[in-house]
Design a protein around this ligand. Sequence first.
Ligand code: AMP
Ligand code: GLY
Length: 398
Amino acid sequence: MKLNFLVYGSGAREHAIAKKLAESEFCNKLYLCGANDGFCELGVVLPEKNILESALLNHVDVLVVGPENPLCDGIVDEFSAAGISAIGVNKYWSQLESSKYFAKRFMKKHNIKTAKYEVVETFKKISAAPVVIKADGLCKGKGVYVAFDPKKAETVLSEFLDGKFGEASKRVLLEEYLSGEELSLISLWDGEHLLSFLPARDFKRKTADADSLNTGGMGAYTPVKLSELQVKKLSDYEVSLKTALLQEGADFVGFIYSGLIWHDNDFYVLEYNVRMGDPETQALLFHMESDLGELFCMALQKRLDKYEFKWKQGSSACVVLAANSYPEGVSVGKKISCIPEKNIYFAGVKKDGDNFVTNGGRILSVCSCGDRPFNSALKIAESICFEDKFYRKDLCEN
Ligand code: AMP
Ligand code: GLY
């Protein structure tokens, strides 16, 4: 079976997805929507406006959605109604990501471990820290603040309630602070089976300091080495998530990203996303040897229980090259030079004549595979040049 795939989204994650699909034996024609200049040549670019009409005209069989916003806006519901299959959650299930309160209620109902929380809609005094302040809605990964001092917590709480993130932060969750190592578990759900990728870890903070700003992600690696107990608890967690989705009759084919933390000898859920993680996807798909197109085809046939992942030897790492001012600002128009041909996924870039120039907060993802993949990825990161370049030099695997 060969299908026409349409990859929706503009960043390095979508570049990684598009590259794997372009190599797939199950892909007939590859279409792209929103692709940046660094990967638009992998397929035929369709305009964002009236994308459904273009997809129908071009006989797209499967829509693959990268980022959360179109999912939360209901793109999968629209395509499904028009007879085009999709890898992505429907609007109802996108609430797992678009409302932290919805996600908490889902976890409570199904006895999934998570941090204690309270919902706040008007300002209140905070007497104890650390405490985690979370905007209920979508904030591009920036709506979470871990406060180590009550005064700072109060300041952030009032900024959020005053609309720092518009409607998304008018309702806030004050959450118990959990300490521990984090894990990203990305799973594909086909309506009956749940299949997880290797466990990955991303580095969310701008620097190694515990109180530095949260970003979309500054790097990632996979697989994360786990103890025997962790392997068991992770498998228990997957069973509880699968059972919950079955009990709910969750009728979509798409990704669920569980942001987990190892705390008190168990995995607790810090957050759900309804898409693959960025930059975890770059590390995972760089590490994946099996066919992504086949994975998607089998998911659409509800046969994920029959799919076998194949992975490269060792582990794979991804280092994100960002603008110095990221996550608060972006870099625009700075010439990027010494870009290697391989190991690169493009994000915030644009073509200016023959050159690439910066065009965003996160600019490029550099990937490498081996025994110590961060060593080689960091060397490549060092060799790429642009004014205002920032990347974390401390990244390493466990
Ligand atoms: P989230 O978007 O909810 O995953 O939060 C982003 C990051 O904030 C997480 O990856 C953690 O590093 C941190 N974080 C979120 N919730 C908590 C919590 N309850 N305790 C400690 N750290 C947290
Ligand atoms: N890397 C975290 C995320 O994609 O939300």
